[in-house]
Design a protein around this ligand. Structure first.
Ligand SMILES: Nc1nc2c(ncn2[C@@H]2O[C@H](COP(=O)(O)OP(=O)(O)O)[C@@H](O)[C@H]2O)c(=O)[nH]1
Ligand SMILES: [Mg+2]
Length: 332
């Protein structure tokens, strides 16, 4: 089959370090066009199902907290430490306007021109604030291309901010320095999954940054980490002066050293389970929507829901009642 040959040579190019192949693979897995998807699956078939040696780091925080600037600085230090760094920046497109929040564009001018780095904005589609379903496949592709450190930038809005924790080994939460003594409205749920908290922009008001570190450290005493007894370090840094970034790097290195075996392997198992569940849901939606009759019936039902003539859950129940599911036995 042509698709298979094309996929095989694309993956060979990927292994050989071709950036063009890398961009092409990432575009294919992000695409919803059926022929692109089928090529994407051919490509994934030539990739390893799991690469346990890489570092997957999630980086979340509110818009403007300094995620991109921080990742650029941290990324440069990771490169100096001999790592190959891929950044997948989930573009926080607004669902309402189709545009980006604060017109935020991924600017990592320094990092993106480095030989051992790769920076890529990835679409967030309909998943509010969180990561697109294709982000997981993008991690696979980057690892296949030889990147041993994958950093995912997502904007923290809504509950889906913890999505990124489900696809990374280490979850870093960024927070703004604050002069008050509250925890700046950071939700408990997100603090409990953070493996490190970094207070940004310490150069603006170092005393405020120190206070925030103390406040956050204090707040963590009354919480327990969702799946780790390691203790969550709270640090501060300036991504403009670079001060404090080396300590963040040390924490990351020690996290991956300490937890190499048991903890990360457990997280990887969890990641793959979550991935499977998400993939079923998104693939079912893609397949159903590609079915003309289903699409028409679904649009009609949706209109009735909007008009208020039928309750959405009932409408979906009826709609799916009309779908005949058959499952073939797997040929052995
Ligand atoms: N003073 C200062 N400004 C910073 C620092 N880090 C980021 N910024 C600025 O904060 C703004 C938002 O940064 P950006 O990295 O785009 O935030 P993101 O939306 O979280 O990715 C930009 O104008 C940055 O230059 C810092 O450490 N110190
Ligand atoms: Mg950003």
């Amino acid at each position: 089959m042509l698709g298979h040959d094309a996929a095989q040579s694309t993956v060979a190019d990927l292994h050989a370090g071709s950036r063009r192949a890398l961009s092409k693979c990432l575009s294919l897995i992000e695409s919803t066009r059926p022929d692109d998807r089928s090529l994407a699956y051919d490509i994934l078939e030539h990739c390893s199902a799991s690469r346990d040696g890489s570092w997957r780091i999630g980086c979340t925080g509110p818009p403007g907290v300094g995620k991109s600037t921080f990742i650029e600085q941290l990324g440069m230090q990771l490169l100096s430490a001999g790592r190959r760094v891929a950044v997948l920046a989930v573009d926080p497109s607004s669902r309402r306007t189709g545009g980006s929040i604060l017109g935020d564009k991924v600017r990592m001018p320094l990092l993106s021109t480095q030989e051992n780095a790769f920076v890529r904005p990835t679409p967030s589609k309909a998943t509010l604030g969180g990561a697109a379903p294709s982000t997981r496949d993008a991690i696979t592709i980057c690892e296949e291309a030889g990147f041993d450190t994958i950093i995912i930038e997502t904007v923290g809005v809504g509950q889906s901010e913890t999505d990124v924790a489900d696809m990374t080994d280490m979850f870093v939460l960024l927070a703004l320095p604050n002069s008050g003594d509250d925890v700046q409205g950071i939700k408990r749920g997100i603090m409990e999954v953070a493996d490190a908290i970094v207070v940004t922009k310490a150069d603006v008001d170092p005393a405020a940054a120190n206070r925030s570190v103390a406040t956050l450290t204090g707040a963590l005493r009354y919480m327990s980490h969702a799946d780790s007894d390691r203790g969550t370090p709270v640090l501060s840094c300036s991504s403009l002066s670079g001060e404090g970034i080396d300590e963040v790097l040390r924490q990351i290195e020690s996290f991956f050293d300490d937890t190499r075996n048991e903890h990360i392997l457990r997280r990887r198992r969890h990641q793959r389970g979550e991935w499977f569940d998400r993939a079923i849901a998104s693939e079912l939606i893609v397949r159903l929507s590609g079915h003309g009759a289903f699409h028409a019936a679904s649009e009609a039902m949706r209109r009735q829901c909007i008009e208020g003539t039928v309750a959405p859950s009932l409408a979906v129940h009826r709609l799916l009642g009309r779908v005949q599911l058959t499952v073939r036995e797997e040929p052995t």
